[in-house]
Design a protein around this ligand. Structure first.
Ligand SMILES: [Zn+2]
Length: 362
């Protein structure tokens, strides 16, 4: 059994100028239902919080000082794409403005708000979001593998409202004190907004058969991913190759499968899918920096190398920074998630490596 770490309670942002209403909503959603609630009293504070943090649900009063309900809603759509927004109004009016807001919101709540109604509205929106989005699973052999290869695209999935899980098969004992590395892995997952599954396999001895296949299959059963990221087969590290092979068996029913690049990838690593991570580079560097016990001794974790690698791959993409992936399978699910995240996963750009970029998985 792997250890499982949720990234904490669902985070609710409440934009509300009335102090009593703020207090009441917090009491109900945090006190009773256990959500992580943050309130903002003005439009400016709301926009700051939308820009700087990730939210699972947004509740907003229809008129905030300095902004109309419709303006606030469209800003929220822009800054937190994929995040459900419910609009709260003091009394149901029939004005065009209210109608427009109602048409654009995911839910529309009328004051007075009964506690049960408020909680169930938030739960409904969380379910809506989960049903809507992609479920992403990234599998790495050691702590930091997933972050180096795909943290940018995982952050983009989160921004698009997709759920993200990371499965790390070992604590990486050969590379440092295991407790410290487990704590670092948890911190990195938290920064990405991912649920972490941490297995206890022996570093450098991860087999390609069982128990690796069973461990991956168990997480696949739990998380039901629609998109999978894992190691490339083109890698000198046996743990990475075996993780790849085991994942191909255990996740054979996942529609979309991409392979990321590790520092130990060989020159046979031939990506054909390039995803812009301009907006995620800072977050990616922060996630990698979480592996503090390693950053001092491992050259491949140096920020300038991470950045330069992403800068290099951007020659096949649109932006300044990109992550590169080999394509094993490209189900309909993958590109949609990418498009919503503003990452270019459409038909590969630049030099399309045609079928040469992927390889048989039999
Ligand atoms: Zn590794």
């Amino acid at each position: 059994m792997s250890d499982r770490y949720r990234h904490g309670p669902d985070r609710i942002l409440v934009a509300e100028d009335d102090q009593d209403a703020r207090r009441y909503i917090t009491q109900v959603l945090a006190g009773r239902a256990g959500f992580d609630v943050t309130t903002a009293p003005t439009a400016a504070a709301t926009l700051d919080l939308l820009r700087s943090q990730r939210w699972d649900v947004i509740l907003t009063d229809i008129e905030m000082p300095g902004m109309t309900g419709l303006e606030l809603l469209s800003e929220a759509r822009l800054l937190a794409p994929g995040t459900p927004v419910a609009v709260i109004t003091a009394h149901a009016t029939v004005s065009n403005a209210v109608g427009a807001v109602r048409g654009n919101a995911d839910d529309f709540l009328e004051k007075p708000l009964r506690p049960d109604d408020l909680v169930s509205a938030v739960r409904r929106m969380l379910a809506l979001r989960r049903a809507d989005g992609q479920r992403v699973l990234a599998i790495g052999a050691h702590p930091d593998d997933v972050e180096i290869g795909a943290a940018g695209v995982l952050l983009a999935h989160r921004a698009a409202g997709d759920s993200v899980s990371i499965l790390t098969l070992s604590h990486g004992a050969r590379g440092g004190v295991t407790d410290a590395r487990a704590a670092e892995a948890r911190k990195a997952a938290q920064l990405i907004g991912a649920t972490l599954h941490l297995e206890h396999m022996a570093d450098t001895r991860i087999p390609e058969g069982d128990p690796t296949i069973s461990a991956i299959a168990a997480v696949v059963r739990d998380e039901q991913p629609t998109v999978l990221y894992t190691h490339s087969l083109h890698d000198v590290h046996q743990d990475h190759r075996n993780t790849h092979r085991a994942a191909m068996v255990a996740a054979r029913e996942v529609a979309t499968v991409y392979c990321f690049q590790s520092p130990s990838a060989t020159t046979d690593f031939r990506p054909s899918r390039f995803m812009d991570i301009d907006a995620q580079l800072t977050g990616k560097l922060a996630a990698i920096d979480a592996f503090a016990s390693q950053t001092a001794v491992r050259d491949y974790l140096e920020p300038d190398l991470i950045e330069a690698t992403a800068r290099y791959w951007s020659r096949f993409a649109d932006g300044r920074y990109a992550e590169a992936f080999e394509v094993i399978r490209d189900g309909a699910a993958g590109p949609a998630a990418g498009d919503r995240a503003g990452i270019s996963v459409g038909p590969a750009r630049g030099r399309q490596l045609a079928e040469g970029g992927s390889y048989a998985t039999a």
